[in-house]
Design a protein around this ligand. Structure first.
Ligand SMILES: [Fe+2]
Length: 564
């Protein structure tokens, strides 16, 4: 019988996964089931896993070493839940090592035999640190940046680590940098907050950054490798703030949210600050990588932690380091640490050296065709039903109709990759504004696309990469025929696809190519602004009900639904 590890991440981006004999079989973020964005405690996803798999071990990651204890049995709340189903479950706690679980997630998924892991994150585990060998010089702070040397089966060595704390004066030695300095992600969070977004919405700052330019009124944001204290006020562990009282350049006389849905309202300082934080932070991450390469001589690098989702930075890094192999972990936010913890525990207990490169992200629960059919039947009074095939879908797309696609298991991480996607015509010059309105998103946010792998290089500059199956890079667009998904700076966050990865989705794009000559579709996540991606077919239909979208393609049952 296989040995099954249930990995869970309590914390924002709460998630649960199942690793069976070292293989990832299931991954789901709690928000997909609870429908609460960033939902923290993954009870529903745990129960879903426990109803489908036996569980031998529970691995709890996160950023805290301890968890609430239940009365009577005096065990933590998660173990208590699992033990109701599996009385002999063993619990492994890894919340005391948050960055280690980011590093292990990226390393085991990368397919590299040996690598450097660079973790650039908000605030990980809060720790006490010994600054000298005798342990007499103490410091404290939460993990923010770290560099690791990674080897099979489970050897992760810290080469450099940065910790933050509001009250700790900065202390530095060869290995640690601890104190109230402003780190890469904290500075990015401060700008995100200044722009009127929550600190988890860094992607919006990244989208706006492409509208900005060099602005001589904005001072250098980083000094001595840290965010300038003249500009930033750290607030660990939550975030950081721009000191707009002391800096005339940052003063404004209106609510920052004014510009979110009105392009005429955006100020130069807002666009240009977004531009500057993007430029300076990606350079700092590049410097960390450079430093790690010079210490180890290794030329394989994995990137994880929240900043790993910054697809503009990822492309910059790909261009800056043409002679290294870079792997950007697609579940590099905290959700992925559940996978990192479960895999780490497996390799530690078995000394398993098998390399299992991540080749897919379709790890959500499976739903039967009969279930999908019965849900479709229950709404037949509201929808016309047509034969659904790739050609019919491609025709609708070529006529500038929005078509949502729903099939199979959902995607791990924030990117929709053709199983829970909203599709559109990338050649429509008004497509970006149109779909942003339908989804209720801010005007400046760009859209992604999916290209047939065999045509990818004719349309995009991949800077030496062979493919981009997980949509982790915003790359330069070579042709001016896809304005709906070409951002203002001439880039597009792009997914490459082949038949093996997703046959139904591939066929739709291929038919679209036959009609239009363009081997690309516009691809955005199947949700409305502020909502989690749809998980069930019921969620998919509800999203149609709540929006002006009219078409839903269900390839597994060969049906297109059209709103009556
Ligand atoms: Fe993290």
């Amino acid at each position: 019988m296989s040995y099954n590890i249930l990995g869970i991440n309590p914390g924002h981006n709460g998630s649960a996964c199942l690793v069976s004999d070292g293989e990832l079989k299931y991954y789901l973020e709690e928000e997909r089931l609870s429908r609460l964005k960033y939902d923290g405690n993954p009870f529903k996803s745990m129960i879903d896993i426990m109803s489908k798999y036996h569980v031998d071990e529970l691995v709890i990651v996160g950023t805290y070493p301890d968890h609430p204890i239940l009365p009577w049995t005096m065990e933590d709340v998660y173990t208590g839940l699992v033990r109701k189903h599996y009385p002999n479950v063993k619990t492994t706690l890894l919340g005391q090592e948050h960055h280690l679980t980011h590093a292990s997630c990226a390393f085991y998924n990368s397919g590299f035999k040996k690598a450097i892991a660079v973790i650039v994150d908000g605030a990980g585990t809060y720790k006490d640190i010994s600054m000298n060998e005798e342990g007499s010089v103490k410091a404290k702070g939460c993990e923010t940046e770290s560099v690791w040397a990674c080897e099979y089966p489970s050897k992760f060595t810290v080469l450099h680590k940065v910790f933050g704390d509001n009250t700790q004066n900065r202390m530095v030695n060869d290995k640690f940098d601890v104190g109230n300095s402003v780190t890469i992600v904290k500075a990015y969070e401060a700008v995100t907050n200044y722009l009127g977004f929550s600190f988890l919405e860094a992607g919006k700052t990244m989208g706006l950054s492409s509208y900005g330019k060099d602005n001589t009124n904005i001072p250098q944001l980083f000094k001595d490798n840290r965010g300038s204290k003249d500009i930033f006020i750290p607030d660990y562990p939550r975030g950081a703030y721009i000191d707009d009282q002391s800096n005339p350049a940052f003063k404004r006389n209106r609510d920052p949210k004014n510009f979110h849905h009105n392009s005429n309202e955006v100020l130069d300082i807002e666009k240009d600050l977004a531009y500057k934080i993007q430029q300076e932070t990606q350079e700092k991450v590049g410097d960390l990588i450079e430093q790690a390469i010079s210490i180890t001589g290794l030329k394989k690098v994995v990137l994880s932690g929240g900043y790993g989702l910054n697809c503009v930075a990822n492309y910059y890094l790909q261009k800056r380091f043409p002679n290294i192999e870079l792997y950007c972990e697609p579940i590099s936010h905290d959700g992925g640490t559940a996978v990192g913890g479960a895999k780490l525990s497996w390799h530690e207990r078995t000394n398993d050296k098998i390399i299992r490169k991540q080749t897919s992200l379709y790890y959500g629960p499976k739903y039967t065709e009969n279930h999908v059919k019965s849900v479709v039947k229950s709404v037949e009074n509201k929808y016309n039903t047509y034969v659904g095939n790739p050609k019919n879908v491609a025709e609708l797309l070529s006529e500038n109709k929005i078509v949502a696609i729903y099939q199979g298991s959902s995607e791990a991480g924030p990117r929709a990759l053709g199983n829970r996607s909203i599709l559109y015509n990338p050649t429509d010059p008004n497509g970006k504004d149109f779909v942003n309105k339908v989804k209720g998103r801010e005007w400046f946010r760009p859209f992604a696309g999916t290209v047939l792998e065999e045509n990818a290089n004719e349309w995009f500059d991949f800077a030496g990469m062979k493919s981009s199956p997980f949509m982790m890079y915003a790359v330069d667009v070579k042709q001016d025929k896809i304005p709906a998904i070409t951002h203002i700076d001439g880039t597009c966050r792009i997914q490459t696809i082949n038949e093996k990865q997703n046959k139904n989705y591939y066929d739709v794009i291929n038919e679209f190519k036959n009609i239009t000559g363009v081997p690309i579709v516009f691809n955005t996540s199947f949700n409305l602004a502020g909502q989690p991606l749809v998980e069930t077919v019921e969620d998919a239909i509800q999203t149609l009900e709540d929006s002006k979208m009219n078409y839903l393609y269900l390839p597994e049952i060969n049906i297109i639904l059209e709103k009556k």
